[in-house]
Design a protein around this ligand. Sequence first.
Ligand SMILES: [Zn+2]
Length: 402
Amino acid sequence: MYRCSIQKHSGLVMSLDAFYFDGRGSRRHPVRLAAGDGCLLIEGENGARAVPAANVRASEPQGRAPRTLRFAGEAAFCEIGQSAELDALLAALGQRDSIAVRLQKRWRWTIGSLAVIGAMLAAAYFWGLPWGARMIAPHVPIALMRGVSKEALERLDKHLFKPTALPEARRQRLTGGFRALAANDPALAAYGEGVILLFRAAPRLGPNAFALPGGQVALLDELAGLDMDDAEILAVLAHELGHLAGRHGVRQFIQSSVVAAFGAAWFGDVSAAAAALAAALLDSGHSRDMEREADDYAAAALQRQGQSPALLASALEKLETAHRAKTRRNEDGPAGGYLDWLSSHPATGERIRRLRAMRRVPPRRMRRKAKNLFNRGDHDGHGEKREQKLDAEFTEDMEKNF
Ligand SMILES: [Zn+2]
């Protein structure tokens, strides 16, 4: 039989604090444990001994409880706290965890890696995908989007939309206002002549307006039929122009295409993926950031025309009132089931407060400008230049909406 001796060890593997019980009394002796030459080496103040690794039986790990190392045929044993070092020491002794422990560890590992994969997929979906879409969107030819939008519109005309019943004169007024809002805006230049206002009715959709990624903006009679004046409706249309300027529809189209492609690859069902794509096109559930961007765009566009951003806030309020009334009505009848501008445009209260806080003219810059004009004094010779600079800043500020 192979016997180990403490003298002939070589290649020691670390040294851990433990307690040694001799099996005769309850006294514990502090010792150091090490592994070497296929033995467990125990060294304490009363001497040292070596136990062949084959004779060492380690208890199974249970929670954080200390583990015991028993020696075959002996009453003596060691007690030692759990640690990665102990695992290494046992591994050096050639001790393997029982199948149950190994399965438990593997199970934990599996759950852990599934959680990591899940987190990575979620990060890819919530951050990676929108980021990628934002990067790609400016490079997608609008002509391509126009084709897709035209097809989507034909589909909607066939299944959902009805011809408008708005009087011709009102349509002309709204079209004129819409053109003025969109005119000379470099952010819309890529759409060329494609930025057009369409009038439709859709009782099943409720009060709504939306922008298709090709540049078409559709206004539904149901929205125009609310107690809103033309200025408020134009504020809503300015918001939709903001979605065009930010290419939000293109971004959403890219995102839903990627998701649909993944869905088709995963489920092998292309038609379901195509249906999801059509639904995503229709349901303009923009992200909060996109709504904010579109609101900012609308506010700046209104300010450029000497109008107040509060027009959009009051339009939102009226939509919300209509939305509430409708929800109340639907409590008795069939469930809602149709979307309107509000349900696809979340966090209305916050948006209304934000728009109300904006003025017809940005207040901070105005005050600064007035102050500078007062302090300037014409004799310094730089006054005119400075005023020009301030005017440029002012215009720029108006455009990007402080
Ligand atoms: Zn929106």
